[in-house]
Design a binder for this molecule. Structure first.
Ligand SMILES: Nc1ncnc2c1ncn2[C@@H]1O[C@H](COP(=O)(O)OP(=O)(O)OP(=O)(O)O)[C@@H](O)[C@H]1O
Length: 550
């Protein structure tokens, strides 16, 4: 890392000293602890963050506090720019292990000792690995009492929720088939997914953090367990097996674990992968063995076995194939024996995973197995309120309540409804009131109907509507005239069915899940910005629903 001139360090420390402690949560302090000043250019202070997650937090949540503090210190208006400096050293971790055992011996069904706060509760003290603590060592010149965890959540839980509508980074008018950060149809598992220091943790979604996760009775146990695992990997609950219906936040919690663990220790190896990706990667490896010199199997093993935290999403899709399960079993054992953390999600309990071998099921059941239930009305409203605030939408409480009342069982749908309502208001130049919301959401699918709608139905309706063939939708021709219907069809599959991203990719001619993800983001953005896309998506939704009911 660039050496920091002494005066700059002094200015930085003074500025940090100017921040009122009550404005910062423990996490904020930890972030500031790993941030370094790089220089002052005119009225801009350039800061270095060790990773994109920290950069993101500095640029959003902490920006106002930092600009104010730096401006006050320097006596003039200062802006802040943040760059990622991969070489930035994270404070060396003392090797000492915690003196107190942390929940080692808690039975699988026990409630975690550090119960998570609800969205109304605050500041829970958690056990913390001592090696994490130096990161915020005295950056502010203030001392912290020995028993105060640096990661206690402060009152500032009102972090802006990242927009579900992606900010356009290029001309958003075209429908391109390419995900911006990757090549479609190429498996995205492998070395680059492993978040070794210096490698951007590209597969972790920085928006999915613990802070952005609204807690309520339906998810409190899963949240608390995930939080404990992120703070003390392989010490609290191992494996952690979270199950629950589609769209209730399992993936969000996995990413939150990864983001949190990575923020605390950028040297940690975190790997997030869906079981379908694991299967595909394994099948490709087997197919390639012999062609590529025979070491592919070894590389595969290293990819999955040399990690500190392995997170497998949607384990119910783990291929029935014997060899894949065998491989996964050994991966699991190797990691577990090496005291590495494993986190798994599923749509059902371990015992209900009847396609899995008994020995795998019993391994899963041997850990903590919290579930996530459908959120209650209060939690749904809290989620909507947070999303609306993030979008800068001033929506009356009765409108949020209407949406929350109408969409009860899936948070993805809840978010989708909010986006549709705001898109319609935006495109028609109207304010968001009850009658507008009523008008928009009357067409949305109540969750119970979604099981009646298949990807085939959606493809059939979309292909007829746009006068293209189903082969066109599943093909790879990138002509604009085909890409747009294809992306809309993928978006509708995500919105109207319970299919996972990889499963949708398979339905569309074996495409990678990143291609589907890109399509979903693209259409979400376009339908907010373009009236004709909004109309097409609305019309198609109605057509698909009526087709699904037949
Ligand atoms: N408690 C919550 N607070 C805020 N947002 C949430 C919460 N739970 C879910 N979400 C949001 O709902 C959406 C769907 O969640 P997620 O993808 O994690 O569900 P899932 O259970 O993994 O679904 P699937 O099984 O279909 O993959 C995400 O955008 C997520 O951020």
């Amino acid at each position: 890392m660039t050496e920091v001139p002494h005066e700059l360090e002094v200015v930085w420390n003074d500025a940090l000293g100017n921040i009122d402690d009550s404005e910062l949560t423990g996490q904020n302090r930890a972030i500031l602890g790993v941030t370094r000043p790089l220089g002052l250019m005119g009225s801009t202070a350039l800061l270095a963050a060790p990773n994109t997650y920290t950069q993101n937090m500095l640029e959003t949540r902490l920006r106002p506090i930092l600009t104010q503090a730096l401006s006050k210190t320097l006596g003039r208006d200062i802006q802040v720019a943040v760059t990622v400096d991969n070489s930035a050293p994270v404070e060396p971790a003392p090797a000492a292990e915690p003196e107190q055992p942390l929940n080692h011996d808690i039975a699988a069904h026990d409630v975690p000792t550090h119960e998570a706060p609800t969205h109304d509760e605050q500041a829970t003290s958690r056990p913390t690995r001592p090696e994490q603590q130096p990161q915020d060592s005295d950056w502010s010149g203030r001392s912290r009492s020995a028993d105060q965890s640096p990661y206690d959540r402060g009152p500032g839980d009102g972090a802006p929720f990242s927009s579900p509508v992606p900010v356009p980074q290029h001309n958003g008018s075209d429908f391109s088939d390419e995900p911006r950060n990757g090549t479609p149809d190429r498996p995205h598992v492998g070395g680059h997914s492993v978040t070794k220091a210096g490698i951007t943790p590209g597969r972790l979604n920085p928006r999915y953090t613990f802070e952005n996760f609204v807690r309520g009775p339906s998810n409190r146990l899963a949240y608390a367990a995930a939080n404990a695992v992120a703070e003390t990997p392989a010490k609290a609950y191992n494996p952690l097996f979270i199950y629950g219906d589609s769209g209730l936040g399992k993936t969000h919690l996995l990413h939150a674990i990864g983001n949190y663990a990575y923020m605390m220790d950028p040297n940690i190896n975190v790997l997030y992968v869906s079981s379908e990706e694991f299967t595909n990667d394994f099948i490709n490896t087997i197919a390639g063995v012999g062609k590529g010199g025979g070491d592919q199997r070894e590389q595969f093993r290293r990819r999955y076995r040399e990690v500190d935290i392995l997170m497998i999403d949607d384990i119910q899709f783990l291929e029935r194939a014997e060899q894949t399960q065998e491989e996964f079993f050994h991966t699991f054992n190797t990691l577990h024996n090496a005291n590495k953390q494993i986190v798994i999600t599923s749509d059902r309990t371990p015992n209900e995973l009847t396609t899995l071998e008994d020995r795998l099921r019993s391994r899963f059941a041997g850990g903590l197995t919290p579930d996530i239930q459908r959120p209650d009305l209060e939690t749904r409203i809290a989620i909507l309120r947070r999303k609306a605030a993030q979008e800068g939408l001033n929506i009356a409480p009765e409108v949020l309540e209407l949406i929350a009342n109408r969409i009860q069982s899936n948070i993805r749908e809840l978010e989708g409804a909010l986006i549709r309502v705001s898109a319609f208001a935006n495109l028609t130049g109207q304010g968001i009131d009850l009658s507008l919301a009523e008008h928009v959401i009357k067409d949305l699918v109540p969750n119970d109907e979604s099981s009646l709608i298949s990807a085939q139905t959606i493809m059939h309706v979309v292909s007829t509507y746009f006068d293209v063939t189903i082969d066109d939708l599943c093909g790879r021709n990138r002509s604009k005239i085909l890409v747009m219907p294809r992306q809309i069809a993928m978006y509708l599959c995500r919105e109207l069915t319970d299919l996972s991203l990889p499963r949708i990719g398979q339905e569309f001619g074996g495409k990678d899940h990143t291609t589907v993800m890109h399509a979903v983001k693209k259409v979400t953005k376009e339908l907010v910005e373009k009236r004709h896309i909004y109309n097409q998506v609305s019309e198609l939704t109605t057509l698909i629903k009526s087709e699904g009911r037949r």
